[in-house]
Design a protein around this ligand. Structure first.
Ligand code: DP6
Length: 364
């Protein structure tokens, strides 16, 4: 293929993002226009990412897609939608005929870790570059969004807002280094596939939940408060808003009929553990905040100074026979004995330590 003079190829790496204020509900399914604004943190490329190479050449006779090196029998409807939009936009030069897409993730799919976000963001940016599309940033955001809503936020690094008005695109509200002591610790309790996809569940919520409207009516106020907390690095306010939005989102899922339940026993245990831990010093400072997407695995936000202590807490409450899970963290006995919660042996499959990232990268 590389002997073909018309062969061109672009590779892009993009990370998942974690919603601090969740996107849930579409007012337009085809263009993925959201019911509400959302706010997220893009993760560091060094830890978790999707890696997508898109190539084209005049000798290709169809679009092909390889995931983890394995050719897929067909492209998903959403992937086709993205490619059709690229064809529409690049038609003037008749540039695009067919493409080959090769993609892989460094983390398990469908665990509530937004693998579709990083996958579509990397695909969108690679396509935008490969075909030199106009207005590359907004075009990439648009293409990512019609692939998977939350992917629009992975097109940027740092703290990102996705607007539900106007063009419904995303923008970086604070860059990666704005709050550099913030860390993210992800606990993977369960890496099996989620029971109901976000796409199906949010549609069901729209049709059946009455709490949903109440959520929408207060979301902008909440976002403004959170942006202010991020601006002045007020972790206490940040933590409270983030945890409450996570709970409200899961309450709305529960209010959906039939209910959608993403949290499990371990998730509930972690929620209690974080609150007990935050209360240990008399509730004066919050050390950790959690949020859960459409899955049971918590994303914990914490400042660097508390990371080692929190990792010891996790080792104490989630002991495991797999040495890799806790790594070098030292053993503890007395430190957390005031927390009266059960010890959950072998509950955690993996712990990922990461931080805020600077956004996608084109790989030379
Ligand atoms: C709970 O972006 O996966 O993670 O737009 O249908 O592809 P589609 O849904 P998706 O939904 C993500 C929902 C969420 C919250 C969020 O990331 O904001």
């Amino acid at each position: 293929m590389s002997n073909d003079p018309n062969y061109r190829s672009v590779t892009c790496q993009a990370s998942p993002n974690i919603a601090l204020i969740k996107y849930w509900g579409k007012r337009n399914d085809e263009f993925i226009l959201p019911d509400n604004d959302s706010l997220s943190i893009t993760l560091d490329l060094n830890d978790l990412y999707s890696y997508t190479t898109v190539s084209t050449s005049s000798s290709m006779t169809s679009d092909t897609f390889y995931f983890d090196g394995i050719q897929q029998t067909k492209l998903s409807g959403r992937m086709q939608k993205v490619l059709n939009e690229v064809r529409r936009r690049s038609n003037k030069d008749n540039q695009i005929k067919f493409v080959e897409i090769r993609s892989h993730n460094t983390f398990p799919e469908s665990t509530g870790l937004a693998s579709s976000a990083s996958a579509y963001a990397s695909l969108a940016i690679a396509l935008t570059n490969l075909f030199n599309l106009d207005n590359p940033q907004s075009t990439a955001a648009y293409l990512a969004r019609i692939g998977s809503g939350s992917a629009v936020r992975s097109v940027y690094g740092g703290f990102v807002r996705w607007s539900s008005e106007g063009e419904c695109l995303s923008s970086c509200i604070y860059p990666v280094d704005h709050w550099s002591e913030l860390r993210i610790i992800i606990l993977i309790f369960n890496s099996s596939k989620k029971p109901v996809s976000s796409t199906d569940a949010m549609q069901r919520t729209r049709e059946t939940s009455t709490l949903f409207q109440a959520r929408l009516s207060t979301i902008n106020e909440k976002i403004e408060k959170l942006i202010e907390a991020i601006k002045i690095k007020d972790f206490n306010t940040f933590a409270e808003i983030v945890m409450k939005d996570s709970s409200q989102f899961h309450a709305v899922c529960m209010d959906t009929y039939p209910p959608v339940i993403y949290l499990n026993e371990q998730s509930k245990h972690l929620i209690d553990l974080v609150h007990a831990y935050n209360r240990m010093d008399g509730n004066k400072i919050m050390k950790v905040a959690y949020t859960f997407d459409a899955g049971p695995n918590p994303f914990c936000f914490i400042r660097q100074e508390h990371v080692e202590e929190f990792l010891r807490l996790l080792k104490y409450f989630y002991p495991t026979t797999n040495d890799d899970v806790h790594g070098e963290v030292s053993d503890v006995k007395e430190e957390f004995s005031s927390i009266k919660l059960p010890i959950m042996a072998n509950a955690v499959e993996r712990i990922v330590r990461t931080k805020i990232g600077s956004g996608p990268k084109i790989i030379p």
